[in-house]
Design a protein around this ligand. Sequence first.
Ligand code: NAD
Length: 472
Amino acid sequence: MENLKIAIIGAGSAVFSMKIVSDLCKVQKLKGSHVVLMDIDERRLHNVYVLTKELSRVFDANLDIETTTDMQKAIEGADFVINTAMAGGHDYLDKVRAIGEKHGYYRGIDAQNYNFVSDYLNLTNWNQFSLFLKIAKMIEKFAPNAWYLQAANPVFEGTTLVSTQTSIKMVGFCHGHYAVESLANLIGVKEYDWQVGGVNHGIWLTKFTTKDGKDLYPEIDKYKGKIQHKPSNPFDDQLSPVAWDMYDFYGLFPIGDTVRNSTWKYHRDLETKKRWYGEPWGGADSELGWKWYVEQLYKVVEIINQFATAIENGLTLEKVKDSMNLMPWLEDDWKNMVNELLDSEKLSGEQHVPFIDSVVNGTKRRFVVNMINKGKIKGIDDDVAVEICAWVSGENIEFEETHLPERVINWYIKPRVLLAKQALEAFLKKDTKLVADIIERDWRTKSSEQVKKLIDELYPFVIAEMKKIIEN
Ligand code: NAD
């Protein structure tokens, strides 16, 4: 497609920026695209611009790269808008969590049954929801045919909100399903068929077979109770006792971040978390695990900064690669990052750019998408987003038939959907009484006075941060 315009909102994201722009440089049929990088942080924006330009040179991608801090300019006439922005950044997450903890809510009030992921706020992120709607409404007005690709969290609430409040084409993406590989490695299969389904961060292994259709669940069962789980990092939880315990209760294996999104049974305090998710961190969402993660992210931002500065001073990415052995201070992770960035055959694993390629160039591929349910998975409300396997070719999307057992639907999905709907209603009505009512039902609440003090301190801040998004 000629003159393809792709806008990336929040292009300075620690998690996504380099992955998405390097994928754009590597996919042959997207070469020559007009890429608009948008962020409010000018330093991050500039660094990503420098590296995108360099990657475009390395891969001969001929991208027409533009940067802007003006969202409307980025969106106007776009064919695809990818949103990786996080309103308020990690500082905001820390602040709302700290206020919650001050009032007796361990890990903050957004930590709720089925929603423990620490950058997945749904009760206090009225700024992030406002940002999602702002982007979506601008797309409706200035780029009505564009696809909106949601990477920023919360993907479940975000996809539900935008899809029910606007008429734009929208899909949410997450990379959690890759954790199926851990189970394949466990049982030693290389070739297999799989399917996941549910809601974002609440997905289940609905199919796991050999290529000729033999069920592989019995192979998993052979390892029940036999694994000594010693996590290599806080996110290494796919084979943790939590995952096995959830499998035991729900009858299907939970996949990816679903293992983090369980109940208070595994999250009550740090000791409980350590017991279930493993020492020393107690999983990604404990005070220790999350600190580890945020430090990694800041390192990514810093390394991008260093690379961009070096490139502006005349270094090339090829030279960086050749001389990495002379950089003993550069950790292996960063060396791997550079090697992967420069490997023309290897895409990042994020689905956004392959999705764009499939839509624009008709290359049929399988994705795990988040889209409004409307009957795609029985037992889940029609008006919320489901996460489901789908084949995409052009604008044609075929959803795989996906069945979830009653135990998963009634004991996991329904309460999770209810929380999302309550959180979205409170946001849409800007009604802190609704939030207070959710908190009244919270096991950490000892008195209504505690709830009142919490809301009185937290929500003036939440509302002020939301106004910054709406008014700027
Ligand atoms: P980050 O803070 O490093 O990056 C977010 C970027 O958004 C920053 O560059 C910031 O300047 C920018 N930004 C903030 N407000 C903005 C605004 N109003 N307009 C434009 N840009 C703005 O955060 P991160 O750790 O990279 O995470 C980014 C998002 O991705 C988060 O929502 C996170 O939860 C989500 N995430 C999603 C997945 C997934 O698989 N879908 C995985 C990990 C993280």
